[in-house]
Design a protein around this ligand. Structure first.
Ligand code: HEC
Length: 134
């Protein structure tokens, strides 16, 4: 292989290698783990898959709501680590819900996510309705 070819190939090989590593940035993790259902822009496919826009801020401000966002099966049951999951949730909230986030909102931590995701929600829709009094 001549030097020119090597210098052109190396960046491509490096890119392919780093693209395959487990931990990515939250946006990439969203695209990998959430987009399949909630779509690239977070709009979902209502009524089957809820939108991730605006309403989450409201849910955060009712008792139990903060935990609920971690406990829904699409969040709690995916393959991400607790740390990655906390980062994706914080990204979704900042990206899609900036207007409705409570003023005193504190980002999710890895420990909080670990605790909440261990409590699997069997019937998320009913739980959500009770939470929001609907
Ligand atoms: C297999 C499809 C699927 C995937 C993948 C998925 N979700 Fe969901 N998500 C749903 C459905 C369906 C609901 C409604 C509750 C239910 O029936 O589980 C929901 C509910 C939610 C809710 C609650 C919204 C509300 O208004 O009550 C949040 C937050 C959420 N998902 C975030 C995520 C995030 C973040 C990811 C990626 C880590 C993700 N979801 C991956 C299908 C999915």
């Amino acid at each position: 292989m001549n030097g020119l070819l090597k210098s052109r190939l190396l960046p491509v090989v490096l890119l392919i290698c780093t693209a395959g590593t487990a931990s990515a940035d939250p946006r990439t993790d969203y695209l990998l783990y959430c987009r399949g259902c909630h779509l690239i822009n977070g709009n979902g496919v209502p009524p089957d898959v809820p939108s991730l826009h605006d309403e989450l801020g409201r849910i955060l401000s009712v008792p139990g709501g903060r935990e609920y966002l971690v406990r829904v099966p699409g969040v709690s049951q995916n393959a991400m680590t607790d740390k990655e999951l906390a980062a994706v949730l914080n990204w979704v909230l900042a990206e899609f819900n900036a207007d409705t986030l409570p003023r005193d909102f504190k980002p999710y931590t890895r420990e909080e996510v670990a605790e909440a995701r261990s409590k699997v929600l069997i019937d998320p829709l009913r739980y959500r309705a009770a939470l929001l009094g609907k």
